[in-house]
Ligand binder design. Sequence first.
Ligand SMILES: [Zn+2]
Length: 152
Amino acid sequence: MANRDIITIGASAGGVEALIKLVAALPADLPASVFIVQHTAPESRGELVPLTCSECGGPLWQIKDDKMTRFRCRVGHAYTAKTLANELTDAVERSLWVAVQMMDERVRTLERLADTEQTKDRRRSAASFHDKATETREHTERLRQLLLSLNQ
Ligand SMILES: [Zn+2]
């Protein structure tokens, strides 16, 4: 076997996100073996998993016992697999509703710009803003209908 370099990376329990970013940025053809060492709290009863708590953003530990799989963050927020999945879905849904609000605002801005250009008799520019507003309104409405259908 040829000589290979060894890279050892150490992190504390709160370093999960930094480790994920660091490892993702390593080149696929890195001519070295990488070892990762992570400190965990002595009272930790589970396995540190690459997920974050939706309430505080901290790292999550997966705790398995005979009955069920649970997740707990350092602060104490606790989830079952089902409630964790629901929390993640809710977080994505909240972000998409924010996107809908931002797209509505963009439509209003584009319509205002179209009106301004129209009053200055700049018809091509007004038509361009109007077309962008129409397209954005259509995308927004599709997203809004999708989100509304999720809760029916
Ligand atoms: Zn938490």
